[in-house]
Design a protein around this ligand. Structure first.
Ligand SMILES: Cc1cc2nc3c(=O)[nH]c(=O)nc-3n(C[C@H](O)[C@H](O)[C@H](O)COP(=O)(O)OP(=O)(O)OC[C@H]3O[C@@H](n4cnc5c(N)ncnc54)[C@H](O)[C@@H]3O)c2cc1C
Length: 398
């Protein structure tokens, strides 16, 4: 189904005409044979503007019975940058193991890059049964078309039932393109994933501004495709033994061709990243004026913590947007988070409720934050914070 080439119409002239039309270089002509490669994005320019009758488009006939059992495995896209695996990959491998155990499927990792063998080996310590490696110097830096071509090739050859991708900038750029090429859906920013025994993946994410948790299932298409933010799941421990194997995949010409040429790579100054913080002090609208933030900052400094805020404090211009926690901000999972004057809305909690230890200060004993806090302090922050500061100073002799 899809693009059909009519061989009786193929000759040097018609082939040259259609090749020059394709914006993605997705057509090959060799020894009198015209073919479509995995660079094709189904734009159908060749059908609309090419020589008449040379190529046609056929809609998929939905007569065949969909057979999910022909799709096997829970795959994780392993994001590599500058020779390092992004930690979200390990979190997803841990989750993939859990999901795969329900249906007795293998766990796969897909690694695309250059000189990736040592990283592929490392993934075998984190629960991947097989690491599929597309390794070529041309894949050393991420550009979307070659990566999408390799990813699509992996899906068509290995047919994994579910695929998890980190919702990083790279993952957010790559996953939708690959899902569209495979004619399947994509659920972005899942916060919970559950596997049904029939291999349907229940992809759960906040919807309508976080007021409901939507359960998204795609029972009639495979692969089931989702992205998950960094710090939503916990990474598994590293096993001493390498359990599994590396499968080297052939890198074809379309995986080397890119419309983007990287001229220069400039290092950006390291940005504030509260997602990485081990300790956070977050404040909300309970802080009544901007100058009072100094007191919260002092507490954060004493604890060696990053300062963060709720959305209203960002909207008031008191907090850098990169320090906003929540649904429309960052997801954090520190060892300790102290919330000060924060009500605990669903949108805020979505970004921090998986933290190891949550301590909340709020004057309202019925505030929602106490539902998720491990320790609650009911009282006025203007009394409690100075008290904490003086106790910590005392203990630290500063
Ligand atoms: C689509 C959408 C996305 C959103 N995304 C986010 C997001 O990413 N992050 C986010 O934070 N919000 C987000 N919001 C906003 C969210 O709904 C809440 O409005 C917000 O989280 C409330 O912030 P707050 O807790 O600072 O303020 P409030 O809800 O006003 O809470 C202030 C709290 O301070 C307490 N308090 C007051 N005075 C004192 C005192 N002296 N001592 C101790 N406690 C005191 C009060 O009891 C109250 O509980 C989003 C909303 C929508 C619709």
């Amino acid at each position: 189904m899809g693009l059909i080439i009519h061989p009786e119409k193929v000759n040097d002239k018609t082939a040259a005409a259609v090749l020059s039309l394709c914006p993605f270089g997705a057509l090959d002509y060799e020894n009198g044979i015209l073919s479509v490669n995995s660079g094709c994005r189904n734009c159908r320019m060749c059908v609309r503007k090419g020589p008449e009758g040379l190529m046609t488009w056929e809609e998929e006939k939905k007569t065949e019975v969909f057979d999910p059992s022909s799709w096997r495995g829970v795959a994780v896209f392993a994001e590599e940058r500058d020779g390092r695996i992004h930690p979200v990959t390990l979190e997803l491998l841990g989750k993939a193991r859990e999901l795969a155990a329900v249906i007795s499927h293998p766990v796969y990792a897909l690694l695309i890059g250059s000189g990736g063998e040592p990283l592929a080996r490392e993934l075998l310590h984190y629960g991947a049964d097989k690491v599929f490696l597309y390794d070529n110097p041309s894949l050393g830096r991420f550009t979307v078309s070659p990566y999408a071509a390799a990813f699509t090739d992996f899906i068509s050859k290995i047919r994994p039932s579910s695929i998890l991708v980190g919702a990083t900038n790279l993952g957010r750029s790559l996953a939708p393109r690959v899902a569209a090429r495979c004619g399947t859906g994509l659920t972005a920013d899942c916060t919970v994933l559950q596997m049904k025994e029939n291999t349907d993946l229940v992809q759960i994410r906040p919807a309508f501004g976080g007021n409901i948790m939507a359960q998204i299932v795609t029972p009639r298409t495979r692969p089931q495709f989702c992205t998950v933010r960094y710090k939503v799941f916990s990474p598994p421990g590293r096993s001493e033994a390498e359990c599994g194997e590396i499968v080297r995949m052939a890198v074809t010409p379309d995986m080397k061709r890119s419309g983007t040429e990287i001229l220069e790579v400039r290092e950006k100054p390291r940005e504030i990243d509260i997602s990485e913080a081990e300790t956070i002090v977050a404040f909300g609208r309970g802080v009544s004026k901007e100058s009072d933030i100094a007191m919260i900052r002092e507490l954060a400094d004493l604890l060696g913590a990053q300062l963060a805020g709720t959305r209203p404090t960002v909207e008031a211009g008191w907090t850098d947007p990169r320090r906003q926690i929540g649904l429309s901000g960052r997801t954090v999972k520190p060892k300790l988070i102290l919330t000060v004057g924060i009500s605990g809305s669903v949108q805020f909690a979505a970004g921090m409720k998986n933290s190891d230890c949550i301590i909340a200060i709020n004057s309202d004993p019925n505030a929602g934050i106490f539902d998720i806090a491990h320790l609650g302090i009911v009282g006025d922050l203007y009394e409690i914070v100075p008290m904490l500061i003086s106790k910590i100073r005392e203990a630290k002799h500063v």
